[in-house]
Write a protein that binds this ligand. Structure first.
Ligand code: NI
Length: 247
């Protein structure tokens, strides 16, 4: 999920920190940080599986976004690398949540950080096999989605929700959440059921986003015609193979 306000806030914060790097006499610190970054990318290059490196966000109307994900039965090193990459992609695109099928994977799993920045690592959470229950109240707010770029609309959701899930460490987590956290968790769980926020818009909201969605459909079609995307059958085959591996 990507809220419009967070996008703008994040972008300005990032520009500011980039400028800050070129000011002042912190060159030595920057060099030290760069060496660490180069070392870490070197380690990542040789430890991450090639698969995780290739993980990318897919856009509407890619069929995987309509795939109903199956619960994970195992979490291995490759899946951990993929989750790491999902956080990176989420921050890179100023999002606060990213579901597995948004990176073309058929797994019941999503990552979130309602603060939307890697510096707030304490707010990072991985939800494996989430189950929502006990919805309470109704709240309406604007949402966006990393798989539907530049499209926003108001969505009515439960104000409070109970979520049961497993953490990356395999611990069972149960929490009653509200506010933005409840919204992000509902938005991402929808993804795992093949549902998008645009499906939940009012008839007026649907009309507002109609042209933008039609444009994304044309873009998808032309990519297919240029052979930049696999066909539906190839996509389904790949998802099935990935399911056999871990679900
Ligand atoms: Ni989304």
């Amino acid at each position: 999920m990507v809220p419009r306000e967070t996008r703008h806030f994040d972008r300005s914060a990032r520009l500011y920190s980039q400028n800050a790097c070129f000011n002042g006499a912190n060159t030595r610190i920057i060099h030290a940080l760069l060496s660490v970054a180069i070392f870490r990318s070197f380690v990542n290059y040789y430890s991450c599986k090639d698969f995780a490196l290739g993980v990318q966000i897919i856009n509407y109307p890619h069929p995987t976004l309509r795939h109903v994900s199956k619960p994970l039965k195992r979490v291995d090193a490759e899946l951990r690398s993929i989750i790491h990459k999902m956080f990176e992609l989420m921050y890179e695109h100023q999002g606060i949540g990213l579901a597995a099928n948004q990176v073309d994977l058929p797994y019941r799993m999503f990552v979130i950080n309602p603060q939307g920045k890697p510096e707030a690592a304490e707010s990072e959470q991985v939800f494996i096999n989430p189950v929502l229950s006990q919805p309470k109240g109704r709240a309406e707010a604007e949402e966006g989605c990393l798989s539907i770029p530049n499209v926003y609309g108001n969505v009515v959701r439960a104000e409070k929700i109970t979520v049961n899930a497993y953490s990356l460490e395999g611990e069972e987590v149960r929490a009653e959440v509200d506010g933005l956290l409840a919204r992000v968790i509902q938005h991402e769980t929808d993804h795992l059921d093949g549902r998008l926020f645009v499906d939940r818009l009012s008839p007026t909201g649907q009309m507002t986003v109609h042209d933008a969605l039609a444009e994304l459909e044309i873009e998808f079609q032309s990519k297919r015609e240029r052979n930049e995307l696999p066909d539906d059958q190839q996509i389904a085959q790949r998802l099935q193979e990935l399911e056999q591996l871990r679900t």
